[in-house]
Ligand binder design. Structure first.
Ligand code: PMP
Length: 373
């Protein structure tokens, strides 16, 4: 038979597909369990935004028609919220869709993208799929006193060369939960060549309570090469609908929009996102639940003698001092789904999403049993 791998586009044969968190239904089917909890994909444990959910349900009556390809109403609302023009926005089927559009617009064989070790897993995938080279900067060391495993912006800047088209910065980063302060990030942006696109991935920004945490949107006027991505998958609780967005200067958005798939964002997603933007009560409740959950998990780890990477996202990555994939598998048998992170070069860690107080406790109890067994 023909070996089709001899005929693929550049990059495809080196591609390792993204491994998502295990779905609850799949685990229950495989192990005959019920009452499983999933703390594996940084989803909102409180469910969808109630306003978003209602709007999505109401929009179903119109799904015989294609969605509004321009995303007119949602863009108008986002533009007003951030003080931007609607032309400065691109909508995606999740923010990962936007990141992919950037890669397909600017990356090709001969070019490269720079990102950090332990950076979000989609960066190497989209870079490789576009046939470009991944230039992976060393992260701050595990012993670093402030930001172990964090992005090392100096190391990243040192990898930028004339072939660099895109730099990916996740703030905070997944799976480490580490972050960059406004001052250092701004200096980094100032020092980069102005033709290098910086994707500032702010998927978790709405959870952050740190005072020195930057808001990338405020820098868009100053840096025409900056593109900020955000999502409705996390705090808004709409991961299943797939909707996110990118913000940049209008000329950059125009280029990226050329590779956008027509109708990439569906009707219920558009309706839900628009409504969820107003759901202040839900957002506040989600943020509070998360802040309390981070403390609960850290204190549970501490009483088990485990260290963890200090996180400001809706997840924590904990060092389990043994094979993390095995711990993950033992937790599965107890009906608790977390995320092994060996694929991130962290073989003795697992990442847990912050759940409700009860879910966090169930995870901590299960982890203790696994570690004692
Ligand atoms: N960026 C980061 C850092 C993420 O962790 C995720 C989701 N895991 C995304 C982007 C993409 O999320 P979505 O496509 O659902 O917006």
């Amino acid at each position: 038979m023909t070996d089709f791998s001899n005929f693929t586009a550049p990059g495809i044969n080196n591609l390792h597909p993204y491994v998502p968190g295990k779905p609850i239904e799949e685990l229950e089917r495989e192990l005959g369990l019920s009452g499983t909890i999933k703390l594996a994909s940084n989803e909102n444990p409180l469910g969808p935004s109630p306003l978003g959910r209602k709007a999505a349900a109401e929009s179903i009556a119109g799904i015989n028609l294609y969605p509004d390809d321009s995303g007119y109403r949602l863009k108008a609302k986002l533009a007003a919220k951030y003080g931007l023009a609607p032309e400065q926005l691109v909508l995606g089927a999740g923010s990962s869709d936007v990141i992919d559009m950037v890669a397909r617009t600017f990356l090709s064989p001969g070019g490269n993208a720079v990102f950090s070790r332990y950076g979000f897993a989609m960066y190497p995938i989209y870079t490789t799929a576009a046939g470009a080279q991944c230039r992976v900067a060393d992260a701050l060391p595990a012993e670093h006193k402030d930001m172990p495993y964090g992005h090392d912006l100096e190391a990243m800047a040192a990898l930028v060369d004339e072939g660099t088209r895109v730099v990916f910065v996740a703030n905070p980063n997944n799976p480490t939960g580490t972050w960059l302060e406004a001052g250092v990030l701004r200096t980094f942006l100032q020092d980069l060549p102005e033709e290098v696109i910086v994707v500032l991935d702010e998927a978790y920004t709405e959870y952050v309570t740190e005072p020195d945490f930057p808001n990338g949107v405020a820098w868009l006027a100053e840096f025409p090469n900056l593109l900020v991505t955000r999502t409705f998958s996390k705090i808004y609780g709409l991961a299943g609908l797939r909707i996110g967005y990118g913000m940049a200067n209008a000329a950059l958005i125009d280029l990226i929009g050329r590779v956008r798939h027509p109708f990439n964002v569906n009707t219920p997603a558009l309706a839900a996102a628009e409504a969820a933007l107003d759901d202040e009560t839900f957002l506040q409740r989600s943020r509070n639940t998360n802040t309390a959950g981070l403390v609960q998990l850290a204190s549970g780890f501490s009483s088990m003698g485990l260290s963890w990477i200090p996180s400001i996202g809706n997840f924590i990555t904990v060092n389990v001092q043994r094979d993390g994939t095995q711990v993950y598998q033992q937790l599965l048998k107890k009906g608790v789904i977390v995320r092994p992170v060996a694929n991130y070069d962290l073989p003795e860690h697992v990442r847990v999403t912050v759940g409700t107080e009860m879910e966090n406790q169930r995870f901590l109890d299960a982890l203790q049993e696994v570690l004692e067994a």
